[in-house]
Design a binder for this molecule. Structure first.
Ligand SMILES: C[S@@+](CC[C@H](N)C(=O)[O-])C[C@H]1O[C@@H](n2cnc3c(N)ncnc32)[C@H](O)[C@@H]1O
Length: 199
């Protein structure tokens, strides 16, 4: 076979190389974490979390538009719902979680405790930051308990999203009260049945 003309590096299809390299980098960075959520962090690169909530997100009766809204995602874990709010046009999204699971007030086996610190690799936040960076997201993250949310601390929100968190706190009514003060609208997913579930 006759070899084609030799191309200089400048003549190589550089955009293709960049795309391949980006998804390779994304795959490497995804492999650094354990994932809770399935999140598309780059075209064709999806985190291997056990909770693929994309079908759920498609069924939620969101407001017609989130454009211009300031939104809060409580107990964000890897950030699926925060990124979904952003994807749907929210002007600003704040995601909060307890970085150290040992600070959760409903103790569970295997979790750290003040006497037995959580190993660094089990602290939350790193997977969120990786997903946010890879997605080019502007969602902000704060290490905050739902109990400590107050307008003085974080301001007010047009929409507060709470996905499966109130089952995990010892005082859900106290948490629910803190959320009610913050937002015009509070969406509780799989937490409280009835009126609150969809708006
Ligand atoms: C089961 S995960 C749900 C993750 C996500 N919201 C979802 O719907 O898929 C529960 C999350 O709530 C967080 N959490 C538990 N207690 C909390 C508290 N007091 N304040 C804020 N987040 C809390 C946990 O750290 C964890 O990220």
């Amino acid at each position: 076979m006759r070899a084609g003309p030799r191309r200089t590096p400048a003549q190589l299809p550089r955009l293709d190389c960049v795309a391949v390299d980006r998804s390779g980098d994304a795959l490497r960075r995804v492999a650094d974490h354990d994932w809770w959520h399935t999140i598309e962090v780059a075209p064709g690169v999806v985190t291997p979390g056990g909770w693929d909530l994309r079908p759920t997100a498609a069924r939620i009766p969101w407001p017609a538009s989130l454009e211009g809204l300031r939104c809060l995602d409580v107990g964000t874990m890897d950030g699926f719902w925060a990124f979904e709010l952003e994807r749907r046009g929210a002007r600003e999204v704040l995601a909060i979680d307890l970085a150290d699971p040992a600070r959760q007030d409903a103790p569970r086996p295997g979790r750290g405790s003040p006497g037995r610190p959580t190993p660094p690799e089990r602290l939350r936040g790193a997977s969120f930051r990786t997903a946010a960076e890879l997605r080019g997201s502007r969602v902000a993250y704060e290490d905050l308990s739902v109990y400590d949310l107050s307008p003085a601390e974080v301001g007010h929100f047009d929409l507060v999203f709470v996905g499966y968190v109130l089952q995990l706190v010892r005082d859900p009514l106290r948490a629910r009260h803190a959320l009610g003060v913050l937002g015009r609208s509070v969406a509780l997913r799989a937490t409280v049945a009835g009126r609150d579930a969809s708006h």
